[in-house]
Design a protein around this ligand. Structure first.
Ligand SMILES: [Zn+2]
Length: 188
């Protein structure tokens, strides 16, 4: 088992904590897929063993998730692991939900309202050229959205947001940025 903390959604989705899984290069791993280590053990269970997002929710419950900037009844909002796109955040469901269509319409609308609020707050404070809302879950099968502001200064602002992932780590998420995001959301 290799430790990965890669940033790519296609070969190692962005995460705030390193987890152990399948292959050393972080690519999709058939064995891991077969094991479905992120599936809840029982139908309806809200947490799944080995899921990094469930681990984050547990940290929030314990009051020690460093990058937490906001939370609602249904979701937590964390600062992205990098700030290559200033203001970049993730919205993570508090429940371990694998697919969007598996939840009730009421729950889906509530979560989506949270995502829209996050996008609006980032837009009003950072004034990006465009907002990107990305929900994949190919690696971490727990419903979440990447809310990514795109800027003219981004060398590939018309392309997908992971094009420059090789240099994401050069724009780390500092404590000051997290505090600024918290302040923004506290006024929302
Ligand atoms: Zn989970």
């Amino acid at each position: 088992m290799a430790i990965s903390s890669a940033f790519l959604p296609f070969n190692g989705e962005l995460r705030g904590i390193s987890i152990a899984y399948g292959s050393s290069d972080g690519r999709w791993d058939d064995k891991r897929e077969t094991e479905s280590m992120n599936k809840p053990r029982q139908e309806g269970e809200q947490r799944a063993e080995g899921c990094p997002h469930c681990a984050r929710i547990r940290q929030v419950e314990l009051g020690n998730l460093e990058n937490l900037v906001h939370q609602t009844r249904r979701a937590i909002v964390v600062a992205g692991d990098h700030q290559f796109f200033p203001g970049y955040c993730l919205v993570i469901s508090k429940k371990h939900i694998r697919e969007m269509h598996q939840i009730s319409e009421e729950e889906a609308l509530g979560l989506f309202a949270d995502v829209l609020t996050v996008g609006r707050v980032i837009d009003e404070n950072y004034h990006p050229l465009k907002m990107n809302y990305v929900s994949l879950g190919n690696v971490d099968e727990h419903l979440h959205w990447h809310v990514i502001p795109r800027y003219l200064s981004d060398p590939d602002c018309r392309d997908h947001p992971w094009k420059n992932s090789a240099v994401f780590s050069k724009s780390p998420t500092t404590g000051e940025i997290v505090e600024n995001l918290r302040s923004m959301f506290s006024k929302s």
